[in-house]
Design a protein around this ligand. Sequence first.
Ligand code: BYC
Length: 471
Amino acid sequence: MTRPDYAEKIPNNVGLAQDRRLQRALESWQPDFLSWWETMGPTLPTRDVYLRTAIDVRGDGWAQFGHVPMIDYRWGIFLADRDPGRRIAFGAHQGEPAWQKVPGEYRAELQRLIVIQGDTEPASVEQQRNLGATAPSLYDLRNLFQVNVEEGRHLWAMVYLLHAYFGRDGREEAAALLHRNSGSADSPRILGAFNEETPDWLSFYMFTYFTDRDGKYQLGTLKESAFDPLSRTAEFMLKEEAHHMMVGTTGVDRVVERTAQVMVASDTDDIAAHGAIPLDIIQKYLNFHYSVSLDLFGGETSTNVANYYTAGLKGRWLEERRSGDHRLADDSIMVDALLDGQPGQVEVPALTGLNTDLRREYMADCAGGVKRWNRILEQAGLPQRLSLPHVAFNRQVGAFAPVEVSPAGERLPAAGWAARKGQWLPTDTDRAFVRSLMQPVYQRGKIAAWVAPPRNGINGQPFDYDYVHLA
Ligand code: BYC
């Protein structure tokens, strides 16, 4: 595998210069991407930002850091190294060599998975475009822009696959990825969570914790794909994705830390007047972002996912490391379901329950975040704790979509839900209060009062480094 070639118009490690047709097609998509970035990307004018750029796909030295004007960021196409002996790990084709081309019979499904994945990437940039105006520090501002440019690169990753392997249909889908927009009434993004606003930094941290973590799990399943270029693309994307989740994890840490400090210092839970975010509002934001992200795993039972698995298009989380059967034809699984109108579980064939299997991996991972935030509260000597709501709470997709359920899992009549919803999900007043705290802090080494500073800077730099030069 070659190192990315930065002399080319589109940096890549896929030998683009050897395929003139593909190169031309991607070079004609490039100006559309750049004009999308200018019109739908970050709105805060900046001179340059301390960004990391991938220079290799291997090892620790895979990225370099430096101040770059964002529009000059080198969005490129990078696939993890190819394993020439790779074999399909699961499904009906288990044991056969991984595919280097798209088999005709799976073309439509593969294209659909790639389009859905690709659609989320620019959507998140659109959702976050105005956050620069209210950044709590230059450090946070830099992290926001790092996440944004890499989501842009992830779009490139999917567009490469569409152009290289799906012909004219693929090129049309690549164009459409720039035409749908988050929250648009006429042509919204495909998945629900990507049409929600990210209007403030608490939402941003929650989004990068919960929704980027869905990305981790979905990419993990695509990394198992029999279609080798998709697997290799997903593998490298996961490497970049780790930073995005760090931004979310430590972002929520820092909000909870500050909240706890102010609660202790002022000896009250009602800290709104003290310029920090009350714990009950943090819990409501958590409830919202977690439940919306649970929807991203699709229905508890799904014939789509059974077909994807059997065909070898999308595996389970850590498929190759799992012991036992990798075809799942005779297995069963207990999935969440409505039983006599109450949240419960039913047994279904393992194949149709695969969305549930993946969602459970995700839920266990999310519990880790709550544990660390509760440790912060505990260390501050506070008795309050955060928690994940029940799996049936506030769901719009799947078995629980038709019912209303409290965070504790208790079924509610419509009137009960309407009366109590504001205790569990952010109200307009909560959102307005959080927004009122969001005043920008652009001086080096300074930070907004509602969030604690990070323990570490980026790439060994101190917190008061000049991470961003504004225009
Ligand atoms: N919203 O059979 P079902 C990321 C549709 S995030 C709207 O249960 P399936 C990132 C579904 O399409 C990761 N519609 O679904 C994070 C289906 O439609 P059709 C993104 C939904 O197919 C942060 C119907 O409902 N990647 O990378 O088993 C920043 C029946 O559903 C939703 C992927 O998701 C929804 N939430 O599973 C940046 C991977 N859920 O067929 C980036 C690719 C379901 O009836 N996608 N529907 O027309 C997939 O693997 C699957 O398509 C899904 C759905 C998991 C999304």
